[in-house]
Design a protein around this ligand. Sequence first.
Ligand code: ADP
Ligand code: GLC
Length: 480
Amino acid sequence: MKNILFVASECVPFIKTGGLADVVGSLPKCFDKTKYDVRVILPKYMCMDEKWKSQLEYVNHFYMDLCWRRQYVGILKLEYEGVTFYFIDNEYYFSGPTPYSDMRYDLEKFAFFSRAALSALPVIGYKPDIVHCHDWQTGLIPVYLKDSFSQGEFYRNMKSIMTIHNLKFQGVWDVQTIKDIAGLSDYYFTSDKLKDYDNGNYLKGGIVYADLVTTVSDTYADEIKTPFYGEGLDGLMRARSNCLSGIVNGIDYDEYNPETDQYIFKNYNASNFRKEKIKNKIALQKELGLEQDSKKMMIGLVSRLTDQKGLDLIAYIMDELCQDAIQFVVLGTGEERYENMFRHFDWKYGKDVSANIYYSEAMSHKIYASCDAFLMPSLFEPCGLSQLMSLRYGTIPIVRETGGLKDTVEAYNEYENKGTGFSFANYNAHEMLDTIRYAEKIYYDKKRDWNKIVERAMAADFSWDVSAKKYQELYDNLLG
Ligand code: ADP
Ligand code: GLC
């Protein structure tokens, strides 16, 4: 039996701000349980739903020294869908209204969390062969394993893997502050280790010290070796390219299943979608106060509203797009200028545009099920899960060819009758608009071909089966 410990800052169903939570919540269930004992450590955020907090079971507690501070570390536990989840409790760090707040404070919070997660292991009595770390919040773990923890017999030979879900976020602050809050000596603050110009950088530490580095698609694994996508770490990514691989994400096929989904108005499947899927569109038009026209092509967008997602391209052509026979439904929160941009178009084109500036699991499922197409013109996209959810619901993705979008959406080819979506290469608003209009043309003028695309989209398999096996191979190779 191989013991694999996931450490992460968010995880479905307990706490979620983005795709990281979906991955950490759904992947551990998919490993071969006869060979791998996979457990997960998360922070016990006060802002978690009471439904989950009330189920947590107290395991133990201890006090931990971190530099000049002495901190309480509580350990709680929950078995959920066959996986053991541990929660690190500390009210000073985890009582905010959201998992993340200002960066300086988060840096200290996740230094504490990373050290506490490792320190809790002997107390729990679980000794991982591999600690699998996710994103910058856990970037110090591979460093700690090579630093003070390597002294203890318990941790000796413990391996680590660093998975990059988004290279944009690295956890960066001036060296002096990082040294102080992380409790690391001068030795670590040179440019081949945690130092990045004049700053300390958590993710860089993770990438330098982890035994293996992975990211969430093949294309993104290549892209981050270039300056455009490398976020200042492309040199390091090239240097570590022997240890770097891309494994594309999957999604939870039980949770995202149009045939059983409890959130949607009418369930459907690959054989009856022609008649049934449209009922969801009509119900959503009613619910959102859009013009009720079952024939009109409805385009959806469910997203964090940030630069990463290509929203400036949409802003640029939205007036033009709204002259077409389409409806546009947005669900998202994020930067104010994008929130207001969508509110503005909702005000201007009320019968065809609906801006829903909030977070709702239920509404996201309704949009995946109801729309005809799903727009995701990202500037960069390590993997992207929304397009996988759309494919699963037969909602045709229109994407820019970058990162995981390129690896998971096959462009429609009308001559060969192939493809599961529409795509464009350059970060250019009119290239995007032309692609949307090409999709409109197929939707309106070649409905049979469109339905074939839907069939292929729904038949594409982005469950975790294949990718979980790739992680297993990676674990096996690392442990020899
Ligand atoms: P990222 O992790 O960069 O935000 P992904 O496509 O990997 O992008 O994952 C986004 C996840 O967050 C998806 O599960 C998507 O449905 C969900 N999501 C984003 N915004 C919202 C929202 N406002 N309400 C509900 N779900 C949302
Ligand atoms: C990040 C990326 C997204 C990816 C997700 C899960 O948030 O932005 O592309 O799908 O992590 O790996």
